[in-house]
Design a protein around this ligand. Structure first.
Ligand code: HEM
Length: 404
């Protein structure tokens, strides 16, 4: 009944042009022939969770063992570190089994991706931070899950943990023994498994969800498209202003995300094997589902305020307009981002010339170079400082939902 009345309200709102209503996920029709597995099958990833991990984490939560696991995990940082002592035996057995890269991982491509990340770092900070980060708030399921989980009540800490993931993924040795990304991925996968057990126990979450268990393989793919696929598409577009990206770099950047998805527990049969297949999946699974929710509007405001709490050398209006610029005004309107038409004019004229100058296509220093440079460097510092003074905020497995 609660859902029904919510649906009627949404329909009325949409009819009045007040809200946008996302399509409910259609039956899955993306063939796995375009996946790493290459099997020509159609399995619905919205009904696939993580059979390997979920029952284990649920039993650890029920037995009250997660706080001790989090304590033990504090010293488990590098991929080459031995597993920490004192973990529950079932968790150690599980970690020994999954603590390896997939057989199809290609270190040469991962190395190339690391070089690419380094060369593109300034654009990546901007696109992940203002683009993907804010786009996640118009993915209804993700916005509601994040809002109603424990971390939703403390977005500063949550953002810092998410930065840890991005930071570890972009490090030159991300997948090597000295890097940390594989460990960070395991912690994230366990966190998602905990959320799958905890959120269904939250009455407010149950009141707004359209699916009984959160964070399916399909949901993770959608988030990947808001990250990797979106960023790749933007970088392709910015080639018209001189940005260089070779076919081998594009392939390497995709490969990095493929391995990342595998480490998060996504089945090979769903992981796209080319950018064309990824774009097809994104058009099908991400684009029609984007929509505002009260939770997402609130989260976007909190996230943008977090970013503007450090001095980026620009006004809040400029920062909100930049988010609109990289995401579209449709999304900006959904999130009720205030307009600042003067800043918009500066961005539309100045950003292309900034990129052209940085990429050596224009010998003239644009008048607005300093403005954009301070902004981009400020975002980079925010990211590199992990949103606070700590450089590495460890990811911890939640034991409760958002209070209240
Ligand atoms: C937690 C990354 C997909 C919901 C986390 C964390 C990371 C992360 C790094 C740990 C930091 C933290 O606790 O906040 C990712 C990546 C994804 C992905 C890289 C896909 C490529 C999703 C999806 C959903 C989701 C699809 C929901 C539909 C959550 C929630 C938490 C979480 C609710 C826990 C927040 C808490 O501590 O309460 N994720 N995630 N994630 N993620 Fe994801």
């Amino acid at each position: 009944m609660e859902n029904l009345s919510r649906r009627s309200l949404l329909t009325l709102g949409a009819a009045l042009g007040l809200v946008a209503v996302a399509d409910t996920p259609k039956a899955w029709a993306w063939s796995s022939s375009g996946s790493i597995a290459g099997t020509d099958t159609v399995t619905d990833p919205w009904d696939v969770w993580d059979d390997d991990t979920d029952p284990l984490v649920a039993s650890l939560l029920d037995a009250g063992q997660i706080p001790a696991v989090n304590t033990a995990f504090a010293s488990w940082i590098r991929n080459g570190d031995a597993l920490p002592a004192g973990l529950p035996p079932a968790l150690s057995t599980y970690l020994r089994r999954v603590n390896t890269l997939p057989s199809w991982a290609d270190q040469a491509k991962l190395d190339r991706a690391a070089q690419f990340n380094k060369r593109m770092s300034m654009y990546l900070f901007l696109l992940y931070g203002l683009g993907s980060g804010i786009m996640s708030t118009v993915i209804p399921r993700e916005a509601r899950n994040v809002y109603w989980s424990e971390g939703g009540a403390d977005m500063k800490s949550r953002a810092a943990k998410t930065f840890t993931y991005g930071y570890d993924l972009s490090a030159p040795d991300a997948f090597k023994a000295t890097g940390s990304f594989v460990v960070t991925s395991h912690k994230t996968r366990l966190t998602h498994a905990a959320v799958r057990h905890l959120l269904p126990q939250s009455a407010p979450w149950r009141g707004v969800t359209d699916h009984p268990i959160p964070i399916s393989n399909g949901d993770i793919l959608i988030t990947f498209h808001s990250l990797g696929t979106y960023v790749h598409r933007k970088l392709l577009d910015w080639r018209r202003w001189g940005l260089r990206m070779s076919a081998a770099e594009e392939e390497a950047y995709l490969h990095m995300w493929q391995v990342a998805l595998h480490l998060l527990g996504v089945r090979d049969e769903f992981i796209p094997n080319s950018w064309a297949a990824a774009e097809e999946q994104s058009r099908y699974a991400l684009t029609p589902l984007l929509a505002p929710t009260p939770e997402g509007i609130d989260l976007a405001d909190v996230l943008l305020n977090l970013t503007s709490s450090v001095d980026l050398g620009v006004t809040r209006g400029f920062q909100r307009e930049f988010a609109r610029y990289v995401l579209t005004d449709r999304i900006g309107d959904w999130l009720r981002l205030p307009r600042d038409y003067i800043s918009r004019g500066v961005i539309e004229a100045g950003w292309p010339t900034y990129v052209m100058f940085r990429e050596g296509l224009s010998p003239l220093v644009p008048e607005t170079f300093g403005l954009f440079d301070r902004f981009i460097r400020g975002l980079a510092m925010l990211f590199l400082n992990n949103g606070s003074s700590a450089t590495h905020t460890p990811i911890t497995i939640p034991v409760m939902n958002r209070p209240g």
